[in-house]
Ligand binder design. Structure first.
Ligand SMILES: [Fe+2]
Ligand SMILES: [Fe+2]
Length: 158
């Protein structure tokens, strides 16, 4: 009962599952950070920024869900244990002092996510095209997120 995992699956499944669980932890930390920023954002420029934080939080949640579903397809188990979440995650949970600080912290996290997805895609190569395609979609969205944040900083002249 191997489901989607056939003998033709040539990737190292255990390693792929470990990488996917790290990506899952990263996405969850990003959801939590963006939610915190969404609720804490205040000031003159806060409305547009809040909307962006909320949208990013929802998109990171979609990424987490996609990754968890793929882990199960690969006969693994998504690690959703809050214990150790931040050590499994590539990105950090930083609360930020003010609006600008929050945006800058989010940008740092997005750039870390971009690099880690790029590394995973290169590692997986053509050995697991479904996982690779999913990661490429997520990577493209993380790049958009980083670009949105730079746009916000520019608008705020920072
Ligand atoms: Fe994401
Ligand atoms: Fe993102």
């Amino acid at each position: 009962m191997q489901g989607a995992v056939t003998p033709g699956y040539t990737a190292d499944r255990e390693t792929v599952l470990k990488l996917l669980n790290e990506a899952l932890a990263t996405e969850i930390v990003c959801v939590l950070r963006y939610k915190r920023h969404y609720f804490m954002a205040e000031g003159i420029a806060a409305d547009a920024v809040k909307a962006e934080f909320l949208q990013h939080a929802n998109e990171e949640q979609q990424h987490a869900d996609q990754i968890a579903a793929r882990i199960v397809q690969l006969n693994g188990e998504p690690n959703l244990n809050p214990e150790g979440l931040t050590s499994r995650s590539h990105a950090e949970y930083v609360e930020g002092e003010d609006l600008i600080d929050m945006i800058k912290e989010d940008l740092v996290a997005e750039r870390i996510a971009i690099d880690s997805y790029r590394e995973m895609i290169n590692y997986i190569g053509d050995k697991d095209t479904t996982t690779k395609r999913m990661l490429e979609g997520i990577l493209a969205m993380e790049e958009e997120h980083a670009d949105d944040l730079v746009g916000l900083l520019e608008e705020m002249d920072k």
